[in-house]
Design a protein around this ligand. Sequence first.
Ligand code: FES
Length: 188
Amino acid sequence: MDESSPTPTTPPEEEAPDAGTIDRRGFLHKVSTVSAGITALAVGIPAAAAFVSPALPQKPLDDWIKVADDVALLDVGEPVRVNFVKTDQDAWIETRTLNSVWLFTEDGEKFKAYNAKCTHLGCSYVHDKEKKAFFCPCHRGQFDIKTGKVLDGPPPRGLDELQVEIRDSAVYVKYRDFRLGIAEQVVA
Ligand code: FES
């Protein structure tokens, strides 16, 4: 045979996959299928919850805030300021605000509670022991301790009085904020 002439060759036969290759492919296919399922669940469950939850009953909000553990610990005839954190839930958003009330009792049995924001522009007022009145340093407003009425200055109405309840010797207040700078008491 002429050595320069091309030699006929037979195309190589494709190798048949062995059993090990099939097992690996099957395994990879199963893994990818399971992964896709997990991803779908991860995306789908929160989406479904977002759709369903607003229709579910919401936890009832309790407006009453405990502001003193025991009435016996409160001074008679001397107003005391109490700070507390109020939590509000609006659908998905929970907000916490630091609020304050002034508590006052003349006899240790009946209690008055005032929102601690001045009704003029919302500054914090203090107890002026000398004048025996509440005094707002922002614009020199003054309020009567026993009644909350305006004694002096620009506040357009008296202090915002809040409902009070005594439960098992503890003092609870139904806290509300009101619109500022107007003569009428309107819930904010
Ligand atoms: S904010 Fe209290 S007097 Fe103006």
